[in-house]
Unconditional design. Structure first.
Length: 477
């Protein structure tokens, strides 16, 4: 690959260096217009996307028209340009889920979460890339169709919300949608220097299809460059839908008033030991929080010995459903001949283990009790997001054979699936850069319904250890 190794578009235009909250404030004050910021975002996308390959579908003319119609900006992010991952129902856009097997017909209506997202006031400019069906932790499709990390373009942007993460990190838009079924918000947030929270199960509306899962592992959300953007998104989302079974998050603006007892986990019981840069990032944040008066203690997650295999089996079962029922689920144009090796391999694994699936589902559904017991003596848990730093492009290539791909994936993503199975929340926050200039994040987790506390501790990290800025790594493209 030729071209710049660091890719961003921050500059002196209508977007400036604002996060979504700051931009919304300027829009509400009339300092800039929705048309101005949408046009600036389109120009930035045109500059960075040739280097990142992170846009799936453009809806620039539709966005321009929607911005022109906004006489008065309404909503928390009224008029703010944004993007959505290509696996939710958006009226007038295709939903290809990163796979060449998927039909390209335009969606007839918005899904439930899409409506919740639009109710915050954002103006969608299009959709972002993902790996086929979101099975893996990078955004690489077959051949050279790969999405690159703007901090170092030879490296992965994470997955499966890697397109959204790359474009937010590069400054093309301040906020973008992602969803998380095994780490797919938190992983790209970690490797692209962003904030991303996987919410408690049921906190947000689900897109059509997710509710049919026997264990509902997928949560919707957003990725952003600041904690306050994540906090205000969830505050805004509660205005249109509140799950009565969960405590409100409400307005979260500051670090926690009281000092917390924080459990620290550095190695996953489900994967190889964490690498040196990952360990150093967690230890650095832990030492800093201890210096601020928090009580830090070693913490061993109560993860059942069967969990890793059960989650892998369940992941395989979901792929089996797509391979077997794809035409019925997505239309007759679904083309099984275009399926990638990972999807095919996962489905084959499920066929071999089908007799065990009822027990697998039952055990996964029961993991919540063990997880909640982990918080009997701590308020939150600090851990890595991933077992090692983001790999080079190709390490998790869609062209790899199934066995090699799956082995590498499991060795990489040893921390995040636990929260998907249990339905518990966790948040990834930036924790600095590696010696090679790659972002590395840490993760805070809590019991179900604990998003407010996670946002508060994330604020404290952000306020006391400023997040790295890609603008400081090189000039704009």
């Amino acid at each position: 690959m030729t071209g710049p190794t660091v890719v961003h578009a921050f500059g002196d235009d209508a977007l400036g260096e604002d996060d979504a909250t700051g931009l919304a404030e300027r829009l509400a004050a009339g300092e800039v217009s929705p048309a101005d910021v949408v046009e600036a975002a389109i120009a930035r996308l045109d500059r960075v996307n040739p280097h990142l390959n992170a846009l799936a579908y453009r809806d620039f003319e539709g966005a321009r028209e929607r911005a022109r119609r906004l006489r008065t900006v309404r909503g928390t992010f009224g008029g703010v340009p944004a993007l959505a991952k290509e696996n939710i129902h958006i009226k007038g856009l295709p939903m290809s889920m990163g796979s060449a097997a998927m039909p390209r017909q335009l969606q007839a209506s918005d899904g439930p979460f899409t409506r919740q997202l639009l109710d915050t006031g954002v103006v969608l400019l299009g959709t972002t890339t993902m790996p086929p069906f979101g099975w893996t932790a990078t955004t690489e499709r077959m051949g050279d169709d790969v999405t690159r990390n703007p901090w170092q373009t030879a490296y992965s942007s994470g997955g499966s919300s890697g397109g959204s993460a790359a474009l937010v990190a590069a400054g093309a838009v301040p906020i973008a949608h992602g969803n998380d079924g095994g780490g797919s918000i938190r992983i790209p947030a970690s490797v692209c220097g962003l904030v991303g929270m996987k919410a408690t199960r049921g906190r947000l509306r689900s897109d059509s299809g997710a509710e049919a899962m026997p264990v509902k592992v997928v949560s919707e959300g957003v990725l952003a460059r600041s904690v306050r953007d994540i906090a205000r998104f969830f505050e805004a989302a509660e205005l249109t839908y509140r799950n009565p079974a969960l405590p409100m998050i409400g307005a979260v603006r500051d670090a926690p008033a009281r000092r917390l007892r924080i459990g620290v986990t550095i190695d996953s019981p489900q994967a190889p030991v964490s690498d040196a840069p990952t360990r150093a990032a967690v230890e650095r944040v832990a030492a800093h929080l201890e210096g601020l008066g928090h009580d830090l203690v070693e913490h061993e997650p109560r993860v059942p010995s069967t969990f890793r295999r059960d989650f892998e089996d369940y992941w395989s079962l979901l792929a089996f459903g797509i391979v077997r029922r794809g035409p019925k689920m997505f239309g007759d144009a679904f083309d099984r001949d275009q399926l990638d090796p990972l999807t095919i391999g996962l489905a084959a694994r499920a066929r071999r283990r089908m007799a065990k699936m009822p027990l697998v589902i039952a055990r996964l559904a029961a993991t919540t009790r063990a997880y909640e017991r982990s918080f009997g003596d701590v308020d939150v848990v600090l851990s890595p997001v991933l077992c090692h730093v983001t790999p080079h492009i190709g390490h998790l290539s869609a062209d790899l054979g199934f066995d090699q791909h799956f082995e590498r994936l499991v060795a990489y993503s040893g921390f995040t699936p636990w929260h998907n199975a249990t339905g518990a929340p966790s948040i990834s926050v930036p924790a600095g850069l590696t010696q090679d200039g790659l972002p590395i994040g840490v993760m805070f987790s809590s019991a179900k319904g604990g998003e407010r506390g996670l946002l508060e501790i994330a604020y404290e990290v952000e306020e006391s250890v400023p997040f790295p800025r890609i603008q400081d790594r090189g000039p704009a493209v």
